[in-house]
Design a protein. Sequence first.
Length: 296
Amino acid sequence: MRKMTFIILCVFFVGGLQAQEDAGVSEARDTTYWDSEFSVGFNFNQASFSGNWKAGGVNSIAFGSIATGKANYAKDKFSWDNQLELIYGVVKNEGQDFRKSNDRIFFDSKVGYKINEKWAYFSSVNFITQFTDGFDFSGPENRLISGFFAPAFLTTGFGLEYKPNKDFALRLAPVSPRFTFVSNPDIITNVPENYGVPAGQTVRTEWLAFQLFATYNKKISENLTINSRYQLFANYETLAFNTIDHRLDFTVIAKITKYVDVTFTSINVYDIDMDPGIQFSQALAMGILYKVSNKK
């Protein structure tokens, strides 16, 4: 499965480069048409208390990291946008082993061809999974409930994109096959739904489906940035109100100094193949953030 992820990424990068050559780009090393950016951040938190500390407390340490990048190409009517988001964090309370506090791998690649100033045809692929095993700690024993490629979601899309300005974009994909992977056969023991993948199998394919994908990324001020992403996925074959999947990712970054920032992240998911209720997570951290860009 790791090889499959690598192959998928390579195919899209190579395909984009080939499309660039086919468009007649003679200056192969000219980055004029590229808008690229990469940022990486780290945060660390620690608390300790003496044995006679009357206010109470638990000794703990926590570490978090975030890396994001984009590489967008646009010339004439052709565009190729790529986004990568990696988040991971761990926490250790006294008397417990290290446990992860945040874990996300997200990749999105989209090729577009303009119809007019606001509308374009597009084809896309996005991929979501996590780095390490996840456990349910609520019982007497820790139960394995997820892992790398367990689950993983590879969603393709073909349709129209509406982009009225540089901050907002809306994709409507009436043709949007999705592949759900659960590579670990032990997951079904603790997660009977197996994330929608049939028992005894590692992949579920939903060929007939619709996807709505919306993004709003806004630099409110020099020191405040909001990034949000909403995904709706509906399988035509099982279409009902409670079978439509929803996912909302929300990030706010507030810069304190050039390299110190406060980051708030939130993920909200409704997917009946995972759980009948709404899942949510949020994290607030202050740390170091370093960013590089080819645009001044």
